[in-house]
Design a protein around this ligand. Sequence first.
Ligand SMILES: *[C@@H]1O[C@H](CO)[C@@H](O)[C@H](O)[C@H]1NC(C)=O
Ligand SMILES: *[C@@H]1O[C@H](CO)[C@@H](O)[C@H](O)[C@H]1NC(C)=O
Ligand SMILES: *[C@@H]1O[C@H](CO)[C@@H](O)[C@H](O)[C@H]1NC(C)=O
Ligand SMILES: *[C@@H]1O[C@H](CO)[C@@H](O)[C@H](O)[C@H]1NC(C)=O
Ligand SMILES: *[C@@H]1O[C@H](CO)[C@@H](O)[C@H](O)[C@H]1NC(C)=O
Length: 336
Amino acid sequence: MLKLPWSSSNAGNENKDENPSEELPHRRACCGRTRRFWLILGMSAVLSVAAALGLGLGLGLGRGGSDGDGRSDSDSPSFVQPSGNSTTQGVNGTFWQPSAGASWQIVLQQPLHSFTPNVSIFDIDLFENNASIITQLHAMNAKVICYFSAGSYESFRPDTKDFNPLDYGNELKGWPGEKWLDLRSPNVRAIMKKRLKLAAELGCDGVDPDNVDGFVNDSGFPLTRQTALDFLNFLAAEAHALKLAIGLKNAGDIVKDTTSLLQWVVNEQCVAFGECALFRPFIDEGKPVFHIEYISEKGNSDVSTRTRSEICGVSDEAGFSTLMKKADLGDWVEAC
Ligand SMILES: *[C@@H]1O[C@H](CO)[C@@H](O)[C@H](O)[C@H]1NC(C)=O
Ligand SMILES: *[C@@H]1O[C@H](CO)[C@@H](O)[C@H](O)[C@H]1NC(C)=O
Ligand SMILES: *[C@@H]1O[C@H](CO)[C@@H](O)[C@H](O)[C@H]1NC(C)=O
Ligand SMILES: *[C@@H]1O[C@H](CO)[C@@H](O)[C@H](O)[C@H]1NC(C)=O
Ligand SMILES: *[C@@H]1O[C@H](CO)[C@@H](O)[C@H](O)[C@H]1NC(C)=O
């Protein structure tokens, strides 16, 4: 996840209530649903659930993962799950392999400022965090996954100037200034190799490379499934050589081709899109599906009710590591 259209550059500002948009990010879903589709689906879900139950389950919306259910961050049993701590001897190195069902938290586009809830894995922004944050997480026995965009150009990253204008094509719809990258470009690969090296130097245990699914979009380049697989093979070999684990991001179309190569998949909104089954092959291999469903930034209780009751009981997501998050991917979180 990257720069949301409405997010300002005031990373760390805790008051995002001025958010003008109710639209939620789902741009990496695989199968051509539109934003409007999701909103209609979401609204009808809200209405039907609200009508059926006639009451709100009233999720709390406090920061730092505290919530209104009488659970606090650090004593919430639902967050304490096995991290999976095995290492895998890969062809190109030894790296961490988390277990399916591992607990996690994801905070992007800002430094991590809360070490709660007490989860075993934190997915944090490669460019917004420093080695001391990662050291502190390790001291809590947590593992750290470092996020970066591998398949899109973002104008605000510290290494932005390394891209050649020929490397980037069409804008990602709804994400002004962010552009699909040509995954075949040697220069793009060199930049991603440096990002992996930075992740290793900071002490990350693994990486979460986003936007590898330009092949289902109008990227401006002739990207195909095979381009994506080649690119992921490249990233995985480089990551593993640096003793970094690495996961897939969305890209439901290539799950079956990557379950043995990669250590997990991060999915956005598979419940909203009704496609959680696509990601199950990772679970079948004992590997995590780190799953996010977004609720409204405004977080009113109707939307939360939809979220809790519909998101957490879907049979196709059994065994997933499911989180409800606000669209800014800040500290706020609820686990199923
Ligand atoms: C990616 O393609 C899908 C399917 O055409 C489309 O719905 C979605 O808006 C596109 N996403 C971006 C970021 O361009
Ligand atoms: C994971 O392994 C590390 C290093 O071997 C160890 O210190 C840590 O306690 C283990 N964590 C869990 C949750 O088992
Ligand atoms: C976090 O959870 C682990 C695993 O259950 C537990 O050993 C540890 O004491 C917890 N830490 C805190 C600060 O609650
Ligand atoms: C690391 O980042 C945190 C949070 O942004 C900051 O408070 C701290 O000073 C930084 N530490 C170093 C050594 O830069
Ligand atoms: C190991 O690295 C080589 C060279 O980079 C690469 O061709 C190969 O695909 C990698 N193997 C695995 C299993 O990652």
